[in-house]
Design a protein around this ligand. Sequence first.
Ligand SMILES: [Zn+2]
Length: 525
Amino acid sequence: MSRRIYIYDTTLRDGMQGSEIAYTLEDKILIAKKLDEIGIDYIEGGFPLSNEKEAEFFRRIKKADIKHAKIVAFGSTRKPKSSAKTDPNIQALLQAETPAAIVVGKTWKEHVKYVLQTSYEENLEMIYDSIKTLKEEGREVFFDPEHFFDGYKDDPEYAVRVLETASQAGADVLVLCDTNGGTLPFEVTRIMNELPKDRLKPLGGHFHNDSGTAVANSLAAIEAGAVQIQGTINGWGERTGNANLCVVIPNICLKMPYDAYVCKNLKHLTSLSRFVAEKANIIPDKRQPYVGEAAFSHKAGQHVDVLNKAAHLMEHIDGSLVGNERKILLSELAGKSTIVKKLSKYGSFDKTSPEVKELLSKLKEAENLGYEYEAAEASFDLMMRKTLGKYMKLLDLGNYHLESFKTGEVPAKTVGRLFIKVDGREVMGAAVGVGPVETLDKALRDALSPFHPFLENIKLTDYKVRVLNPEKATEAKVRVFVTSSDGNHSWNTVGVSRNIVEASWQALIDSIEYYYNNFVVEQGR
Ligand SMILES: [Zn+2]
């Protein structure tokens, strides 16, 4: 049996140190669920001591239906000259009530001297006491020796003592950290081979990408015996980022003689990468290995002929293994099987069913216009319903009228009116708001709520706008994503237009119609 590698995701902690990256609490929960679904072994949820939002995450995730992954709380060792039993940070880790905790401690003497301003012996005490206390409370405990590789280069003897101390305190894995990201793969190999492994607990690796080698370092660490690798989805993190799990994982599963639990769901990796990108509101890097849009794209010509005959001569792996698709061939087959799977909710279909063909062509057409359904499953659900004749229309729009005005230095306001036909009657809604989208949403609710009180349970929990062709400046097309929730479920919809209000309207109507079709008509609520 091949050696098992444990995948540890820190998208929701280290990943949030990246510039321009912020996830709402709702997004963090959704991302954690996706990471669990695909089979990530450990999900670092955050730093429970840092703020209320982080602490709330741990309360919420406890109630979420997490099947495989273990949630991990992150914190540092106790303060100098104190006791872990009363240290606020160690206490916060325990109060997070996660099955596992990770403790970061100093390995580099310079840091002990200048940052902690304490003695080398006291630093070892802090590590021992912190880990021991968490172990006594029944946690699985990982130790993050911060700046391990720099510390080792400076004083190998002390760095090893740090690891021995953590091992004696009962740490389950010692996750060697390249915190500054300056280490190269052959140094990882050399240093890990020099360690007295018989006196240490199993090793892991946590690499930053400042030298462009975070993935290579992770693979080198595995070769040198690491059992756990930490990284983030899409490699996003502080400065130049962390080891990119979307690259590390397929390398382990497809190219190394090791196994990871996530390998059985490898074909969902591309979708996970894009889901996290949508949540971060960052355009995914086309050129990302394995999961990037261009990873298996080919220009026309002789090349494509060879591809048809013997794809392995032109591609390092079959892109469908990671859920990606070959671009030039439009990947009819991959597209069809995804649709068959999605349609299985409504009955049994196969790749030759006319509904599958129709849906595929609608999908391609919409994608050409800029729609994206990776993170807008509710809009795609409506497209399926329309194709199958299982769609109930909620309303007909007569017209809407919005007027934004600004006077002098007073903040702008918008007034709006909307006429719709619902249950055979013409009704009007009116509202005043600050922005046009908010005003339109209010006017729609004003008109529709008396007929459909379910609307009062639906809240918009997130709203994201992306410019699709920024080179067109103010004439650019925008894509709007809306996340809605009724308190139990949440769902996502999409709209595209050169007019931001129109794009928002599409996403709003999809959101309400999705709920109406799936929860009101079918479940009679
Ligand atoms: Zn880090």
